[in-house]
Design a protein around this ligand. Structure first.
Ligand code: GTP
Ligand code: MG
Length: 678
């Protein structure tokens, strides 16, 4: 029976660099609050949070998950229901954090005191900023050697400013943590606590005129006033409370939970907004509105939708409709999750996340509403893929299964894209990094029993001409009975972009009867499928038949098709044919001190730098590079910059391959001789 009021609900995500201790915090809370009867550990595979096979194997979080925890009572007597969203720190799974950020009421940025601010920390921070999410910082790893809370604190304050105020101060030898607002702060941290309290009071005073006046008049605020002002400040991102824990010692957990209850916004403070920016009424009496922030294909249960309740009350009897599709959905049961464990609940209200199985029509990002209510949420915005791999079945018979398996994987992960390349006929898996691709392959294996081989995708080269070339072929065969005859004169030239039609006939005086023109058209088209440079498709040419001859008896469609095709090849070979390659525009964000390495590497790749600019402390290089260099660029760029640079790539255009490079491509292309004799 759920008996928490919405005002006591705190919903927040854990984000930060991989290995900073997010999942360890969740496991420690699960144990401390009695959900798990032992302390789970990511390192030894016993984590109750990182419980998926892939997560155990890679010892890292791969899938964002929610944990609903209700501490029976906090020391202060406050009531609290926490819904924690644990997200992966790896860049490859950044899509998961993007999904969680849509429904989180706040972000707890986890910072490992030993490592300091890392790439993943900064990425999380940027996400919170983009989503205007209230932020708290949690410093972990204080039990590790050579760490200091003060050092970590000053790094955080230096990077993110004075809105970052410590709410707790660890004591010497980690014997405990002191609450800065406590009446009897130990002497060793008394000065630091006083200065943090002053800062907090100032921030709180700035949130309301009434508090400002009171503060100016009396020079102080009561504990209640600080609490009121500071909560408003956190919701507005004017306060970023800092906590510290040493999970292996169970230190700081109680104070962290108190802090969550005290400072974090409830769904009433920060209701979810629809696509037009209109707030959803979060009260339990309002019409039910839910948002599908995540979906999975459970191997046993089938499709499961994770629904965040934005407002109203959901129960299994409620008449609900998928707002986007206008289709009614039947709710079997509501499951509250705590990682691996789940429990059926009778209702869910704002801030809750419930798993709903077997919904028929509802997909990621859609709204589920009480029938009669219509709400649309803004669509998710995910980064474009940065790593690509061609996928083939290890066993021939599995070719068909691959499509289904890939589709399944992509269905629950919107940052995975699958496409069959029409030019190279390859199945290409596009994702956020090599680990992402590897995990997708593992899932295909474990769920669909398909084993695949990965390879670098083929580049869809094309061919064209750069001059006018004359082509001629006379097809004449006399074999016993009826012969074959057809003669074609044509020319080929670059096609102007404004021209639509690539084929034309300028024959005069009946040199070729009109009824053979379609056959010549077919012959040209056939020759265009495999150009004369290296057998790639021919594009952007104009082919004109202007003369020829025929024979009353021996001329036939097939004869003119062959003559057309060979004349085309003849003409093309004389029209200075070239290879074309796809060029990508890449937008690379890179810290200053890696600029030299990154731009040097670009020129090594035949890259052309288009522009350079500064964007929020990062250098942004816009460059064009051949597609052949893009497939592994993600891994290269990460290793060049320790993961500090990122990029986005979009197709720009096809361009001529320089002749020295073309030689190599021609040499390695399987040169298919024309096989137009049928
Ligand atoms: N000594 C010490 N070790 C910690 C602490 N927090 C986490 N660890 C260890 O660091 C490793 C990584 O911790 P995780 O909790 O999996 O890190 P995470 O932030 O969830 O990492 P991702 O899921 O990859 O993003 C584990 O082996 C933990 O046992 C801490 O406070 N102190
Ligand atoms: Mg984790």
């Amino acid at each position: 029976m759920k008996d928490t009021n919405v005002v006591d609900v705190r919903n927040f995500m854990l984000a930060g660099h991989s290995g900073s201790g997010k999942t360890t915090l969740v496991d420690t809370l699960l144990f401390t609050l009695g959900v798990n009867d032992r302390q789970g550990s990511v390192a030894n595979g016993s984590s109750m949070a990182d419980y998926l096979d892939e997560e155990k194997k890679h010892k890292t979080t791969i899938s964002a998950k929610s944990f609903t925890l209700t501490p029976s009572k906090l020391a202060s007597g406050r009531k609290l229901q926490m819904t924690i969203l644990d997200t992966p720190g790896f860049a490859d799974f950044a899509g998961q954090a993007i999904q969680a950020a849509r429904v989180a009421g706040a972000m707890v940025v986890v910072v490992d005191a030993h490592a300091g601010l890392q790439v993943g920390t900064l990425r999380s921070w940027a996400l919170a900023e983009k989503m205007a999410l209230p932020v708290a910082v949690l410093i972990t790893g204080l039990d590790r050697e050579n760490t200091s809370f003060e050092k970590a604190l000053s790094a955080v304050q230096k990077a993110w400013g004075n809105a970052c105020v410590p709410m707790v101060l660890p004591l010497a030898n980690l014997s405990g943590v002191a609450d800065i607002l406590s009446a009897n702060v130990p002497a060793e941290v008394a000065d630091a606590a006083a200065s943090a309290r002053d800062k907090l009071m100032e921030i709180a005073a700035e949130t309301e005129d009434e508090l400002t006046e009171k503060f100016l008049k009396d020079g102080t605020l009561s504990e209640d006033e600080i609490a009121r002002g500071a909560r408003t400040a956190m919701a507005k991102r004017a306060l970023m409370p800092i906590f510290a824990i040493a999970a292996p010692k169970g230190l700081g957990l109680t104070e962290f939970m108190e802090g969550v209850a005290r400072w974090f916004p409830s769904p009433l403070d920060r209701p979810m907004k629809d696509v037009d920016g209109k707030a959803i009424d979060p009260s339990p009496n309002a019409p039910f509105v839910g948002f599908v922030w995540k979906t999975v294909n459970d191997p046993f249960v089938g499709p499961v939708a994770f629904v965040y309740v934005a407002g109203g009350t959901l129960n299994a009897e409620l008449d609900v409709t998928n707002a986007a599709k206008g289709q009614k959905e039947h709710i079997v049961s509501l499951l509250n999750l705590a990682g691996k464990k789940s429990a059926v609940v009778d209702k869910a209200t704002a801030g809750d996340i419930v798993a709903l199985a077997k919904l028929k029509a509802t997909a990621l990002g859609e709204a589920l509403c009480q029938t009669g209510t219509q709400v649309t949420f803004a669509p998710f915005v995910f980064p474009n893929p940065v790593a690509w791999s061609a996928v083939t079945a290890k066993t021939q018979g599995d070719d068909d299964k691959i499509g289904t398996a890939l589709h399944r994987v992509a269905e629950e992960d919107p940052t995975i894209h699958v496409e069959r390349n029409a030019d190279t006929h390859e199945m290409v898996l596009a994702a956020m990094g090599d680990l992402h691709i590897a995990v997708a392959v593992e899932r295909m294996h474990s769920r669909n029993h398909v084993e695949v081989t990965l390879s670098t995708p083929k580049v869809p080269y094309k061919e064209t001409v750069t001059a006018r070339g004359e082509g001629h072929y006379k097809h004449k065969k006399q074999t016993g009975g009826r012969g074959q005859y057809g003669e074609v004169y044509m020319f080929i030239e670059p096609k102007a972009p404004s021209e639509v039609e690539w084929f034309a006939s300028k024959t005069v005086g009946g040199s070729i009867p009109g009824n053979f023109l379609p056959a010549i058209h077919k012959g040209f088209a056939m020759a265009m499928e495999r150009g004369c440079v290296a057998g790639f498709p021919v594009v952007n040419v104009k082919a004109v038949v202007y003369d020829g001859s025929f024979h009353d008896v021996d001329s036939s469609e097939i004869a003119f098709k062959i003559a057309g095709s060979r004349a085309f090849r003849d003409g093309m070979s004389k029209a200075r044919p070239v290879l074309l390659e796809p060029i990508m525009t890449v937008r690379i964000s890179v810290p200053d001190h890696f600029m030299g390495d990154v731009s040097g590497d670009l020129s090594h790749k035949r890259g052309r730098i288009v522009s350079m600019e500064t964007d929020e402390g990062m250098q942004v290089i816009v460059a064009e590079i051949p597609q052949s260099d893009i497939f592994h660029y993600c891994a290269e760029l990460r290793s060049m910059t320790g993961g500090r640079a990122s990029f986005e790539a979009t197709f720009a255009r096809y361009d001529v391959v320089p002749s020295n490079v073309a030689q190599k491509i021609i040499a390695s292309a399987v040169h298919v001789k024309d096989s137009d004799e049928e």
